[in-house]
Each structure stands twice: as C-alpha cells, then as structure tokens.
Design a protein around this ligand. Structure first.
Ligand code: TXA
Ligand code: MG
Length: 332
C-alpha cells in the first residue's frame, strides 16, 4: 500500500502535531543524522510497548533513549567522568553511551538491564520535537526487526507506514549508518559495542585510554541479554547478499536477477546492466551515506542476489563492513 501521505514535511505545524501524537503515547518516524528512528515516550510503558510491536522486535533487545542534552539526561542516569568527556566532544551527534540507569527509565526500555543506552541527536528536526516535550524519546531504527535501517522518510513509510500515523521528513540521513555504541558502565574499561560514525580512535583519544571491543554475537542469538542487539544476522534485505573482498569485483557477477554493488565506479564500466556504485571516488563517508538506500532500492526492484564489495577497514569503513557482514549472515 502507498503510505506516502503519512510523510509529513518539516514545518512548525507538523512539529506541533507530532509532539501532540507523542504526548498521546503514539509512536512516529523521525529523522536523525544516522538513520530514521521509531520514536515514543521513553517514560511511558504503553508507548514503549508500541515501539516493540510496530517493529516486531523481541522484548529482550533494549532501546536507545534520546535526550535534548546531557543535563536533561541526569535525572535518569548516573553520569560518570568518561560520559561527560565524550558528551562534550561528540554530542549532539552519532554516539550512544551505555551507562547505569535510574528507576525512572522503565525496565521495558532496557530489557531488564540495569544500564541504559542514551544519545543526544544532532538532527535539527529531531531536536525541534525534543524541545517541545518534557520527556525523552526511546527510538530504535525505524525498520521491521532484522531488515535494513531506513535513511529516508520513504523507507519508513514503505515498511512501517501501515502501522504508524506519521513520519516526519528530515531529508536523507547524513551519516546513513547507526550511531557508535560505547559501553561506559565501568568507566576505567570502556568498550565499543557497535562501530559507527564516531571511530574507536576518536573516542580513545578523547578519553586518553585504549578501548576494548566487545562486538560479540550471542552464541545462539536468543541470549541477547548478554550481547543485546549484536545478533549475527541483521540489516538483511530480502535479496541474498554475497560479500566480495575489497577490490575483488568482477563484471561477470551481475546478470538479470543479480546486481553488483561496488565502492566506486569501476574502471571497466561501460554501461553494463546491474552494476552500481556507492561513491564516484570511493569516499567512505559517501559510501556509508548511500549504502542502505541503494540496498533498499534494489530490494524493491526485486533483485534476488546482491554482490557487495567490502570497503577498506579504516574510519567509518569498520562500521560499513560490520553492517555488510551482518546483512550477509544467514541463520539456518
Ligand atoms: O543511530 C542510532 O543509534 C539509531 C537512531 C534512531 O538513534 N538507533 C538505533 O537503535 O540504531 P537500535 O535499537 O536499532 O539499535 C540500538 C542497539 C541495539 O543493538 C540494542 O541491543 C543496543 O543498542 N542497546 C540498547 N540498550 C543497550 C544496553 N543497555 N546495553 C547494551 N546494548 C544496548
Ligand atoms: Mg536497528
């Protein structure tokens, strides 16, 4: 069904309307600088339950809570020195911190964990909404559970439009990949839980200590409590995904039902069908920005098989490759 009428332009009247919906415990699609989120009142159990229902997300996978600034977060979390340093350096922006929670955050939000993931987003449209509310917003990525994250309002309308009242349009998400997640429960031993736009190097320089990486995959993907959200298979389109090492692309792989996705325009390209690239020059930020949108477009065009080239592992390339590996994984 065409749900494009649910996409609302970013106007003052629509900000007010969306704030009213959220006050009435509804959930809506909102733009962020990383990916679009499915937002609801983080302090209200009925809204939080709707988020899980609309996404089809298991209750063992906790949500990120979004605040307008670190001061408004302090009533709900215990802020330590490391959190303060990282907030000063990277907020508002694409960094999520896992910190000890206070009782005001419902257990439903955190899947019963004593910690909560928090973020202060940068997108001006999201900030306009937060400004109108006296509660924080829980918001996972606005995709059906396990599917590719949305980076445009139309992606949300297409996949979840039947189940929500509105998606606020803030244009294409700038970064195009979900935020970096850092575990700060033990401030002397910070650990990266999910790679993203803010790199390990940037965080470790800001804190002045090395980080460990705990990007685990739960042994059986049902014990998400130990490694929430780190499911092996995630971000998966309907098409089968096969990964190619960086540079190992081959024009023969693309045919009528399969597409080849390269980092940059291949030197050998001369109007071959079904060959796509994510950046003219191979720029990693452009590749991240365009990746999920291209995958969703090809999925909608009913390609059965996507061959995708991995990127270099530097900077945001680590996050791109992480998402690609999960997109390609199939649980049997
Ligand atoms: O960029 C983003 O982070 C987007 C935008 C909307 O802010 N949100 C997002 O949320 O990606 P979501 O729910 O799709 O991914 C959040 C991840 C999940 O893997 C979840 O398991 C993990 O964060 N998470 C949440 N709370 C946690 C906690 N207390 N401890 C460990 N992991 C947690
Ligand atoms: Mg997600």
């Amino acid at each position: 069904m065409d749900n494009s009428h649910k996409i609302l332009e970013a106007t003052i009247a629509n900000y007010d309307h969306c704030a009213d919906l959220l006050r009435a415990d509804e959930v809506i699609g909102v733009p962020t600088e990383t990916v679009y989120g499915l937002a609801g009142n983080a302090l209200n159990e009925s809204s939080v339950r709707k988020i899980f229902d609309v996404k089809g997300r298991p209750l063992i996978d906790p949500l990120i809570v979004h605040f307008s600034n670190i001061d408004s977060a302090e009533a709900h979390i215990a802020v330590n020195q490391s959190a303060r340093k990282l907030a000063a350096a990277f907020w508002p922006g694409p960094l999520t911190m896992v910190v000890p929670k206070r009782a005001t955050i419902p257990d439903l939000v955190t899947a019963g964990l004593s910690s909560v993931a928090i973020r202060v987003p940068q997108h001006p449209v999201f900030r306009e909404i937060l400004k109108r509310l006296d509660f924080p917003l829980a918001a996972p990525s606005a995709n059906p559970f396990g599917y590719v994250s949305p980076t445009q309002a139309s992606h949300v309308a297409h996949t979840l439009g039947n189940r929500i009242e509105a998606v606020l349009d803030g244009g294409p998400s700038n970064f195009g990949l979900e935020s970096t997640i850092i575990d700060l429960r033990a401030s002397e031993a910070p650990a990266i839980l999910r790679h993203g736009p803010i790199t390990e190097d940037q965080i470790s320089k800001t804190l002045g200590i090395p980080l460990s990486t705990h990007i685990e995959t739960a042994a059986d993907d049902t014990s998400a409590q130990t490694a929430p959200g780190m499911l092996t298979q995630h971000y998966s389109p309907s098409a089968k995904v096969t990964l190619l090492e960086h540079g190992a692309i081959n024009s023969n792989l693309a045919d009528k039902t399969s597409a080849l996705i390269c980092n940059q325009k291949p030197e050998w390209y001369s109007k071959q069908c079904n060959v796509f690239w994510l950046s003219e020059s191979g720029n990693l930020n452009e590749i991240a920005h365009n990746l999920f949108a291209l995958i969703q477009r090809l999925d909608q065009q009913n390609y059965k098989h996507l061959w995708i080239e991995l990127t270099l592992e530097s900077g945001i390339g680590q996050a791109i490759n992480d998402r690609l590996r999960r997109a390609a994984a199939k649980i049997t």
